[in-house]
Design a protein around this ligand. Sequence first.
Ligand SMILES: *Cc1c(COP(=O)(O)O)cnc(C)c1O
Length: 393
Amino acid sequence: MTAPTTPSAPASTPAGASAWVTVDAAAIRDNVAELVRRAAPAHVLAVVKADAYGHGLVTAARAALVGGATWLGVAQLDEALALRTAGVTAPLLTWIYPPHADIAGAADAGIDVTVGSAWNLEAVVAVARERGRPVRVQAKVDTGLGRGGVLTDWSEFTAALARAVAEGAVELTGTWSHFAWADAPQHPTVRAQQDRFVEAVAELERAGLDPGLRHLANSAATLTNPDAHFDLVRPGLAVYGLSPVPDLGSPQDFGLREAMRVTARLTQVKQARAGQGVSYGHEYTTDRDTVLGLVPMGYADGIPRHAGNAGPVQVRGRRHTVAGRVCMDQFMIDLGPGTDAAPGDEVTVLGRGADGEPTAQDWAEAAGTINYEVVTRMAPRLPRVVVGAQDDA
Ligand SMILES: *Cc1c(COP(=O)(O)O)cnc(C)c1O
C-alpha cells in the first residue's frame, strides 16, 4: 500500500499524568510496509507479543495489518485470545502454552497453535478428537537455537504428525524455526540452521506432508538475510522501528522509525549547593552550586535501575544524565546552574534519535541491556497515548 508519511506528531499529553508513552501507529504501519517491501514475495507475520513490545497489543496489531502484514504472532495463547476478543480476525500464530491451556478455545477462535513437542501434538489431537474437527497447527523444529521446538526426534515427530494429519485431527498450516545468531548474519550457525531447516521440511515432504508456510526469519534476518525469508518472515522489533542489529545500522538506515516516545514532566526543580549527595546512597554528588530536577519515573515504570548515573534525557532541547540511583518511582537530573527549566516541563526520556532525543538504544547502552528490553518494560501504569491511528483496520 502507499502509506502517507506522517511527520512525527507532537506528544499529546494525558491530563495530569506524570509520565506517559506515546505510540505512533502510523510509524508501525509504515515500518510494516517497509518490511513487506523487503520481504516480498514472502509475507509478513508481525510479532505483537508482550503487549506489542510495550506499544499496546491491539493498537499495534491493527496498525501492522494496515501496513500489509497478513499474519500476526504472539508468544502466549492468552495474548492470542485477547486479540480475538478485541475483534482482530487476521491469521494468528501462538507458540507458548502449558499443559491444560485452552487449546479448544484457541481452535474455536481460529488461532494456529504451534506444536513443538510430542506432548503439544498429543494435546492438540485430543482436543481435535473431542471437537470432531481438525485443529490448525504449525510444526516447530529446533534447528539449533536450543530453545523451543523438536530437537533430536524430528523423525518420530514427523511420523506422529503424519498420523495426526491422516486421522484428520490436525491441519498443518506451517513449519518454522528460530535463529540463535540472526543478529550476526555471518555467524556459521546461521547457515547451519537454514540447512537444517530445509532438511527438516524435506523430511515432512518425504512423509507425504505439505509443510505449509515455511518461516525462520526474525527482524534481524528479515533485514540482513534474504536467503532466510522462505514463505513468511516474523519481525518483531523492527515493526516498532528499532534496529535489531545496532552495530550494522540504525533504524533510519533500514527505512524504519521509532514508534515509541516516553515523556515525563518535571515535578520539582530546586537549588542545591556544591557537595550535595543525590538520591539513595549518594552515588552522585554535585560538584558546584546547581539546580536539580525530579523526574517522576522509576524502575517501577520501566526505567532500568542499571542506568543510574548513565541514562540520558532531554529537557528544553538539552541532554542531561540520570544523577545517582534510579528509585522505584523517580530519579533526579542535574539541570546545571543556569537552567531555565521549571516544574511541568516535558522531559523526553526516549524518542526518535532523528530529533536529537535519547533513543531506546541509548538507554540500552547506558544500562548494559538491549533496546528490546527497554521498550518492552515500559510499565502498564504509564498511560498510552496513540497518535497516527487509522480507523480502517
Ligand atoms: C520474539 C520472536 C520473534 C520476533 O523477534 P525480533 O527479534 O523481535 O524480530 C520472532 N519469532 C519468535 C519465535 C519470537 O519469539
